[in-house]
Design a protein around this ligand. Structure first.
Ligand code: FAD
Ligand code: UDP
Length: 388
């Protein structure tokens, strides 16, 4: 088979592009340097038979019917609304901050008619909202900022919230009601058989060949194709010629507790102010699996290691723009995904960006009318879920 398109990376971005192109009749080779498909959304049974997410908890949520319907071709769903408690001042309280969070922390009895007056009383008005510190202080003031955001953010990013773009903390806005769900998106569900099963169906197509354990940079010479779709870190593609783009990493500490059916009351408990880890997730809440034991994961943020998060702040965006200019000039290659576009994308946003990228590649290869031709820059505007 001659390869029309080589897709580097078998995560959401790569897998969706590959499927779209194969559905149009192109021959697609998907490679991943890891030994599995699914990218960071990969899931698998641990040694005890519990379905876990090796790269941290992944909860699917979106407001886009188009994206939900698209993925529904490859999976049934299990409705699941994620809930998070934060360990603050010796209590476990709902996060995002809501009326109950405030009442429990301050011994008050506010309701939907009085909570905004409380926020108005404690908030610190600011003229411009540029940083994650601004976005929290302007909404809920300094005490709630210190209790929930400052320590967690310093741990997670190795930066103070004042050094991070507003969009980071804006992912977790305070509420004026009792809603204790972590997300408010219209569609909140987990793939019924897991993410990896969904990816296998996505990639199960006569026009797609998948090779795992293949690093693009080590085998580039043998991987000839008319077009390349690259979903890895954009700075690595260009040999870090402008210096490394900062990505934040994590170390995942997985643990199985035999004979315990429930470790904690909700899917995730956050620890803003204690411990070196940020949060503990118990998978059975997410997957609905019943088992005589339970498996949990602790997330320890790291400077070095696998690139998991782009770090949203103006100087990094400026550096990314330099790489993006190179990407736009790179003939025969399309860059898409969380690492290649240096965007703090959720899974659904990767799907949106990948659908757009596939249109672009089809137009480039004259496989379809060029009417929908986009530019790499235009790919950056994907459909958004909460937390975009
Ligand atoms: P990736 O999944 O990173 O896939 C890129 C792939 O490219 C990788 O598999 C990598 O091995 C491969 N690759 C890179 N370089 C090369 C190379 N040189 N050669 C070959 N292969 C290469 N999103 C949500 O919507 N909900 C959540 O609850 C959620 N939780 C998250 C929790 C954590 C801890 C993290 C880190 C992310 C979370 N996300 C969540 C975000 C989600 O993981 C991403 O949006 C999505 O998985 C990114 O898909 P991608 O294909 O762009 O990138
Ligand atoms: N955040 C925080 N305290 C929390 C939860 C979140 O300060 O208890 C901030 C922190 O900066 C975090 C960001 O909000 O990185 C986004 O949180 P989210 O849960 O969306 O992070 P992700 O699941 O992507 O790691």
């Amino acid at each position: 088979m001659t390869t029309d398109v080589l897709v580097v990376g078998a995560g959401f971005s790569g897998a969706v592009v590959a499927r779209q192109l194969a559905d149009e009749g192109l021959q697609v080779l998907v490679i991943d340097k890891r030994d599995h498909v699914g990218g960071n959304a990969h899931d698998r049974m641990d040694a005890h038979g519990v379905l876990v997410h090796p790269y941290g908890p992944h909860i699917f949520h979106t407001n886009s019917a188009r994206i939900f319907d698209y993925l529904s071709q490859f999976t049934e769903w299990r409705p699941y609304e994620h809930r998070v408690l934060a360990s603050v001042d010796g209590q476990l309280v709902p996060l995002p901050i809501n009326i109950d969070t405030v009442n429990r922390l301050y011994g008050m009895s506010l309701d939907e008619n009085t909570i905004q007056a409380f926020y108005d009383h404690v908030r610190e008005p600011r003229e411009t909202i540029a940083t994650s510190e601004d976005v929290v202080l302007v909404a809920v003031g300094r005490d709630l900022y210190a209790k929930f955001f400052q320590g967690y953010t310093r741990k997670q990013w190795g930066l103070d919230p004042s050094e991070l773009s507003a969009s980071v903390a804006a992912r977790v806005p305070a509420r004026t009601n009792h809603d204790d769900r972590y997300f408010t998106d219209r569609y909140q569900s987990m793939p019924r058989d897991g993410y990896t099963a969904m990816f296998k169906r996505l990639l199960d197509h006569p026009g797609i060949i998948v090779e795992v354990g293949v690093d693009y940079f080590q085998q580039r010479d043998r991987l000839a194709a008319r077009h390349v779709v690259y979903t890895g870190p954009v700075d690595a593609y260009f040999d870090h010629c402008y210096g490394p783009l900062p990505y934040r990493s994590l170390r995942f500490e997985h643990q199985h507790l035999a004979g315990t059916t429930q470790y904690q009351a909700v899917g995730t408990v956050n620890y803003p102010n204690d411990h070196a880890y940020t949060r503990i997730t118990e998978f059975r809440h997410l997957t609905g699996q019943t088992h005589s034991g339970t498996s949990i994961v602790r997330e320890y943020p790291q400077g070095d290691g696998e690139p998991y998060y782009p770090v949203p702040r103006p100087e990094n965006e400026r550096l990314f723009k330099r790489y993006e200019a190179l990407a736009q000039d790179e003939a025969g290659t399309t860059f898409v995904g969380r690492l290649a576009q240096y965007r703090y994308y959720n899974m659904d946003q990767c799907v949106g960006a990948a659908l757009k990228a596939a249109e672009y590649v089809l137009a480039k290869l004259d496989y379809r009318s060029a009417a929908s031709e986009a530019t790499t820059g235009a790919l950056l505007q994907s459909e958004s879920s909460q937390g975009a």
